[in-house]
Write a protein that binds this ligand. Structure first.
Ligand code: MG
Length: 300
């Protein structure tokens, strides 16, 4: 049985926003034994009830997955869960008088060392393998589309005035097309990192990579939130990390084992011990002097 996933999640209001409209989940899929779900949702600013939309989307996907996994492969189950959650959030938002309430949604479904991910919006899914952080999802944002079209440099996208404009959401339209992919193989020590733009906006990926690689998940999520706040905390910050446990290395052989190992004595020495009485005896038989015998033994 593959080693389990150690998960940690943290969400913080940041330093500039009055409320936290992000929401996160890290744990088992309700009703689906052996499956784990990591999710980050970021209520879209500028629309009413962003905090409601992010929570509701995570809740609907988490609760819908078990039934879908029963007769679909994981990628199709994720796509269907997010598509259904989109329709439900859209419908409920109108029913409670906050039409337009919407959220980003990024999630990963993990089992037996394999992960499938889904994305709508500009929250991100990263994989950390061999100490290197790699973005799996593609942002659905205006600046990301400009970068992909070759019309904007990535560095300019980080500071552009429209960097917060998302082009796909869960809830705003009656239908949505989520990006889905997998499986991604997760070996011992590998991790998934999901975050809202409150982290990947102000904190560069080199810093995220070093922090996630060096610290255990429960410490890494705290440090990453700190880094975002040290960079001004302009937005709500949410980060979820799931890392496959790395089995400890088997104990190395110790010096004690080496000490008790029996080794044959060096052949040269043994030959000398044999040669001394032999040559001495021969010299004695030949009638030679003691000094000659000693010299012969020295060269033997
Ligand atoms: Mg945000």
């Amino acid at each position: 049985m593959p080693p389990p996933l150690i998960v940690a999640a943290l969400s913080h209001r940041g330093l500039m926003r009055r409320e936290n409209q992000d929401f996160a989940y890290a744990g088992e899929v309700p009703g689906a034994e052996g499956w784990q779900l990591l999710a980050v949702a970021d209520g879209v600013g500028g629309h009413a009830r962003g905090e409601w939309a992010s929570q509701r989307a995570v809740q609907l996907v988490a609760n819908g997955l078990a039934g879908l996994l029963a007769d679909r492969d994981p990628a199709d189950a994720l796509r269907e869960a997010v598509t259904m959650a989109n329709a439900q959030v859209h419908h409920e938002a109108r029913a409670i008088g906050c039409a337009g309430a919407a959220t980003t949604f990024a999630a990963a479904l993990v089992r037996d060392g394999q992960a499938w991910w889904v994305n709508v919006g500009d929250s991100r899914v990263y994989a950390l393998a061999g100490g290197r952080l790699r973005q799996l999802s593609a942002d659905h944002s205006w600046v990301a589309e400009q970068v992909r079209a070759g019309a904007m440099r990535p560095d300019d996208a980080r500071t552009h005035g429209k960097r917060n404009v998302v082009t796909r959401t869960v809830g705003f339209e009656p239908y949505v097309l989520p990006d889905v992919d997998g499986p991604v193989a997760l070996g011992p020590g590998d991790a998934l990192l999901l975050c809202s733009d409150g982290l990947h906006g102000p904190v560069d990926e080199t810093c995220m990579q070093a922090t996630a690689a060096e610290l255990d998940p429960q410490f890494a999520v705290g440090r990453l939130v700190e880094l975002a706040n040290e960079a001004g905390g302009p937005d709500n910050i949410t980060v979820v990390i799931g890392r496959v446990i790395q089995e400890p290395e088997p104990a190395a052989e110790t010096n004690i084992v080496d000490t008790v190992r029996t080794e044959p004595p060096p052949r040269k020495r043994r030959r000398r011990r044999w040669l001394f009485p032999l040559i001495s005896g021969l010299m004695a038989v030949a009638g030679g002097g003691g000094a000659t015998a000693a010299a012969l033994v020295f060269f033997a």
